[in-house]
Each structure stands twice: as structure tokens, then as C-alpha cells.
Design a protein around this ligand. Structure first.
Ligand SMILES: [Zn+2]
Length: 344
């Protein structure tokens, strides 16, 4: 089959690789019908050191089940399913608590010897726990929105949940990438009264407003903190959704929180420490977050996609075949595209 491999920063290639096969009896093989390029794929695209063997890429997919192992019970050949970016058994203590990204048998797709999704097919461990059957056909008009359940919509929702967004509260979203934009959707869906988007790209700001953002802050650093305070009666926001992961964006996130407020961090951290620890302490700001249990949120978010209440698929502004994937990475890295969908 053909698959996406990254050899070093900026070097993405489409190559022939062996077809994935059932390894464990709990596996399934998907024929990928849609995949996504993720903002987190841009980190290795900017920094991966030269490797002899390419790193398989991709952790967001919708696909048709082609084969299942002997112990798979609920997922059947021919099912159209969404694949969250982490696999999970669905049965351990953490899965039962809804934190599938801490599954004792779980892990993340791509990059670590596990199969990856920017390809014609992908091997999925723990198919019964990981995959979610979709009640639509392969080319349904809702497909882009359904694909966001594999990562960005679940991740934006997780930021909102951790940041304790609730009806009547003020929220701010740091970052205008696909996750931040889905965070705006999530904040509105959970009832936030004021939603401040912090970003500076006109196309993304326009989409944020369409999704429910009420205010825009394009400044950075201290000026951004002052602008948010000015927009919130000097207090700051109850809930901050951090979808970038840089030290500077995290510091801004902590400092715009209202005393007693909460920060939900879902941007993959690029530094090992959390900045602004002292202001956070004196303002009693709660800081939490991590990899979203996207699998846990599908049941909650799917009905709103099916009835058109939310349309997170609008974050995809470009669709490519596998041959277009290397340029898709470039377009996202150059901020020419918000998010690229792949139709292998
Ligand atoms: Zn588990």
C-alpha cells in the first residue's frame, strides 16, 4: 500500500510499504477513506532529525473495516468507523472512568512502531475498544465533521471540560488553529456567554466568529493580557482553553484566567515546565489538561454533528489525495491552510 513517511523536518514522502496485517487477535484493519493532517504533525515537520527509515505519519482517520482478528466481537467487516488518535482497550479502570488516553493497554498511533493513518490502510489495536461505528455512508456530507471526532473536536471539547466552561461564564481560547477553533465550538456548546478568540489570521478569526467567538484579541504577551482584562471588567476569564503548547502561549493562558478560574491545556507542550506558576498560585488558578480522551467524547458530540448543531468539519479548508500530502504539510506549516483532509 501507499503511506506517508517523514524522514526529517520538511521531508515528507509517499512510498510503497507492506500492507498492514492482523498481528493480535484484537486488531482490525481499516481501509482509510479519510485522514487528517494534524497541527501536532507540524512539530516533527519542523524539528524531526534525519532518520534512515521514515516515520509513519497520521493519527486521525475514518475507514471501512476490511478484516478483524479472532477475538474482535463488536466491530465487523464492512463497518464504517472513526478511529480516535489513541487506541484503548475500553475495559480497564481508566477507560471505564472515561480517560481512554491513560488506558493500561493503550497508546498513540504513528511514530512509535504502531501503524499510522495517512495511508491507504491502518492496523488498529483493540478494535472493540478503540473504534466507533458511524451511522452514515462512506461519502456522507457530514464526513469532514465526523473526522474531527478522531482528534480536534474531541481535543477542543476536552480543553473546555478541563477549563470548566459552563453556562454564563467567560471563556478565552488561546490559538486559532483547528483545535482552538473546535474549542470555540465546544465553549459555545457548553454555554459560555463570552468567548474571546486569541489569534491573528483573518480567515481563522472569521471562522471563529462563525463558530461563536464574541471577541477577538490579536495582541500577544503583556498586551494580550491587558486586552483580555479590558474585555472582562478587569477580572479575566473563568475558563481558558490552551491549544498551542508554547511556553509563551501557556503563560498568556495562565495570566488571563480570573482568580479561581481554570486553564485546560491541550496543546502538546513544547517545554517541560508550566510557566507563570507564581501568578497561578496567588490567583488560585487551576491548571489541567493533557491528551484528550477523544474516544470518550464521541457519544456526546456525535448527535450534535448528525443534527447539524455543530459543524467542526469547516476547519478543513483543503482536500488532497496521498500525492498531495507533502504539499499539505507545507501549506499548513505556511499557515496557507487551517487543516488538510486526505482522501487516499
Ligand atoms: Zn483501557
Amino acid at each position: 500500500m501507499r503511506a506517508t513517511l517523514m524522514y526529517e523536518a520538511g521531508d515528507v514522502r509517499i512510498e510503497d510499504v507492506p500492507d498492514p496485517a492482523i498481528v493480535e487477535p484484537t486488531d482490525a484493519i481499516l481501509r482509510v477513506t479519510r485522514a487528517g493532517i494534524c497541527g501536532s504533525d507540524l512539530w516533527p515537520y519542523a524539528s524531526l532529525e534525519r532518520r534512515e527509515t521514515g516515520r509513519p505519519m497520521g493519527h486521525e482517520a475514518i475507514g471501512v473495516v476490511e478484516d478483524v482478528g479472532a477475538e474482535v466481537r463488536n466491530i465487523k467487516q464492512g463497518d464504517l468507523v472513526v478511529m480516535p488518535f489513541a487506541f484503548s482497550d475500553g475495559t480497564c479502570a481508566f477507560c471505564r472512568e472515561g480517560l481512554h488516553t491513560a488506558c493500561v493497554h493503550g497508546g498513540f498511533f504513528d511514530g512509535y512502531g504502531i501503524s499510522a493513518a495517512q495511508a491507504e490502510a491502518v492496523r488498529v489495536p483493540y478494535a472493540d475498544g478503540t473504534l466507533f461505528r458511524l451511522p452514515v455512508g462512506e461519502d456522507d456530507a457530514l464526513t469532514p465533521s465526523l473526522l474531527t471526532l478522531s482528534d480536534v473536536m474531541g481535543t477542543g471539547h476536552h480543553a473546555a471540560v478541563v477549563a470548566r466552561v459552563a453556562p454564563g461564564k467567560r471563556a478565552a481560547v488561546v490559538g486559532d488553529g483547528a483545535v482552538g477553533l473546535c474549542g470555540v465550538i465546544a465553549a459555545k456548546r457548553l454555554g459560555a456567554e463570552q468567548i474571546i478568540i486569541m489569534g491573528r489570521h483573518p480567515d481563522r478569526i472569521a471562522l471563529a466568529r462563525e463558530f461563536g467567538a464574541t471577541d477577538v484579541v490579536s495582541e500577544r504577551g503583556e498586551e494580550a493580557v491587558e486586552r483580555v482584562r479590558a474585555l472582562t471588567g478587569g477580572e479575566g476569564v473563568h475558563s481558558v482553553l490552551e491549544g498551542v503548547g508554547h511556553g509563551a502561549s501557556t503563560e498568556t493562558a495562565v495570566r488571563i484566567a480570573r482568580p479561581g478560574g481554570a486553564v485546560g491545556r491541550v496543546g502538546v507542550p513544547q517545554e517541560t515546565t508550566i510557566p507563570a506558576g507564581e501568578p497561578a498560585f496567588y490567583a488560585n488558578v487551576k491548571i489541567g489538561g493533557g491528551p484528550a480522551p477523544a474516544r470518550a467524547y464521541i457519544e456526546e458530540l456525535l448527535p450534535d454533528i448528525l443534527d447539524g448543531t455543530i459543524e467542526p468539519g469547516k476547519v478543513f479548508d483543503r482536500t488532497v489525495g496521498l500525492d498531495g500530502v507533502p504539499d499539505g504539510y507545507r501549506a499548513m506549516a505556511d499557515r496557507e491552510s487551517i487543516k488538510v483532509m486526505i482522501k487516499p
